[in-house]
Write a protein that binds this ligand. Sequence first.
Ligand code: GLU
Length: 302
Amino acid sequence: SGAYDVDTLINAVPNLGKLASISGEQVVNIGSQDMNDDVWLQLAKALSATLAKDDVDGALIMHGTDTLEETSYFLSLVTKSPKPVVMVGSMRPATAISADGPGNIYNGVAVAADPKASGRGTLVSLNDEFHYARNVVKTNTTSVQTFESINRGPAGLVHTGTVEWFEPMDKKVGAQTEFSVDGLDTLPRVDVIYAHANMSADLIDAAVKNGAKGIVVAGVGDGNMTSPALETLKKIAASGVVVVRSTRLPQGLVLRNNEVNDDEMGFVASGELNPAKSRVLLQLALTLTSDPGRIQAMFYDY
Ligand code: GLU
């Protein structure tokens, strides 16, 4: 990944100019496993500046697939313009037999050029489907059919440039959110800790010692974890570090006050958001507040 620049990738797609008038802007050229807070902020600002131009009707962002579910959710929460933003990736490199990149770019441009894509937050388009950023997760290490909106389903289908919409988005995006990257140069540190049998509190302590302002637990089942981990997190939450319970499972909701008494522990329940997406939302939430009640409301709204 990261081997070709944006113009090379655009020029590899036949007939793209029939869908839209395209110009490329190279923000970075990295494998998405190296995505970090600095690049997120740089990308969000570059995207908003581009969308503000009168002669731009929408944007397509090419991104590696590994962290696509995180970057897309971040951009969806902070990009105020209602103009369509579609992210695409590819599972096979450009040099592979049956590379999927050019087809994904073609269909992604078709979605971005569709007036119905306006105001829906960032969309992710691959393999003839497109998804709301909030819902989409990568589910398969190597298959071209890897992106799914697990508890819901895709926002629509796109085939050879023909776009069909399904469900509307019921969560707040873009200008409806309270988040902004204006004036932000860094994001608060949030670590994800994976729960398992015999989980100790050592990694939780290490995260806080190293400056984490928030902790997301990829919990067992309905966001649960061992008693030592719960006890340590209760103390940490009382000290002002925000604790979000998510789950290591691919489906279902983490319910507030169901298996764990979040009111008593001072925790936030992640609902539908997996650990990676919970981390994005918690980082943005912590730019505004460390009140668990207010942050719980954000997890319901976004
Ligand atoms: N690890 C790479 C990335 O996410 C490869 C997968 C891909 O290119 O989509 O950037």
